[in-house]
Unconditional design. Structure first.
Length: 359
């Protein structure tokens, strides 16, 4: 494409984004999301977060893009104003009861147990009086493992500037490592490929990548990818934060054998109960991946509530071991649209439109 044509395409995309943003803002101020929230007041909202940053701007580099403290505070203010924010266990109990669940139920969940959940999110949750559920891989907190997706991020950050071709899972990846943006993109390409591999092959592939880049992987997670401490988990639990299991080591459970699956589910629950001195019944599927085999083992391990990464709200009678969640959006208009259920309705309309077009 010629430079001038390329610039025109970028300008058109930018104009399209501005038009969409303006339309969203118009819907928000007109009260459309308020009406949707009213119409779906018996549908329960579960929000999901991963990492947090202290300033007003987000940052890439953890398990996911970080939510700035300023944005999180604004979202907590919105949620506590418009919803009845309750612990996940209470929300699940309400939609599992025979009667209609109370209106405007919402629960906040935080995945993975990174230290910024304690340092940044926890003080804000206390300020707004909002309960939450924090899902932790117990070996991560014990310092015996770190979140595997962070290993690729660590390696690409530390590598000498270069271009690397490496075969992972039968796929050859060509990685550019010459600036922060390309290093982030390289890590996400590696992780997207690793997610499709069985666990034992995945770990071997990470070790080969480390050797190819000439970077040593520490046994414990570096501070930038570090977990909360058990003492902090106990403090959070004493102040309105439920602690749930996120397995031992955060593998993708559909990619492990039966023995490893049972170990990840049962041993993580036992370790949490040992340290926290309470029954652990909440579980989060790593990466949101599960199937009937995994779900059955989650039930057998003694969990009564499990959350996925499938988007949407929850209603009475939904499977308590396959609850849907909404990923928190960054700007006010998108956030209001998503939590109201308006985004879910739009996506459903798009799916029906595609089906009709094929028909």
């Amino acid at each position: 494409m010629a430079p001038r044509a390329s610039q025109q395409c970028r300008e058109r995309r930018g104009d399209g984004h501005l038009i969409k943003q303006a339309s969203l803002n118009l819907l928000r101020v007109s009260g459309a999301f308020d009406l949707m929230r009213l119409a779906r007041r018996r549908h329960a909202l579960i929000l999901t977060y991963h990492r947090f940053s202290p300033g007003g701007e987000g940052a890439n580099g953890g398990a996911a893009e970080k939510t700035p403290a300023k944005i999180f505070a604004a979202q907590l203010e919105y949620l506590t104003k418009h919803y009845n924010v309750v612990p996940l266990s209470r929300l699940a109990e309400s939609i599992g009861s025979r009667g209609q669940p109370p209106p405007r139920l919402a629960a906040i969940t935080i995945d993975d147990g990174y230290r910024d959940a304690y340092e940044i999110a926890y003080p804000l949750l206390r300020r707004f009086g909002a309960p939450a559920t924090l899902f932790v891989p117990s070996d991560f907190i014990d310092g015996r493992a770190w979140i595997w997706t962070d290993k690729a991020r660590f390696l690409t950050r530390r590598a000498v500037s270069q271009r690397l071709a490496i075969k992972i899972g039968g796929q050859e990846l060509r990685l550019d490592l010459d600036n922060p943006s390309s290093r982030r993109a390289a890590a996400e390409r590696v992780n997207a490929t690793l997610k499709r591999l069985p666990e034992e092959i995945k770990e071997e592939a990470i070790e080969r990548l480390a050797r190819a880049l000439g970077v040593a992987l520490p046994q414990k997670a570096p501070d930038e990818f570090g977990p909360i401490a058990w003492a902090e988990a106990r403090e959070m639990q004493a102040n309105g934060i439920e602690i749930g299991s996120h397995t031992l080591t955060h593998p993708i459970l559909t990619r492990v054998g039966d023995e490893r699956l049972r170990l990840e589910l049962q041993e993580s629950r036992s370790r949490l109960e040992e340290v926290l001195r309470r029954r652990i019944e909440q579980f989060c599927y790593p990466n949101g991946d599960y199937d009937e085999r995994v779900r059955s083992e989650v039930a057998r391990a003694g969990y009564s509530v499990a959350v996925t990464c499938a988007g949407g709200l929850n209603k009475r009678g939904d499977d308590p071991l396959a609850l849907r969640r909404i990923h928190a959006e960054r700007d006010n208009a998108h956030f209001a649209q998503s939590v109201s259920g308006f985004e879910e309705l739009k996506n459903r309309a798009r799916r029906w439109s595609r089906i009709e077009d094929r028909g």
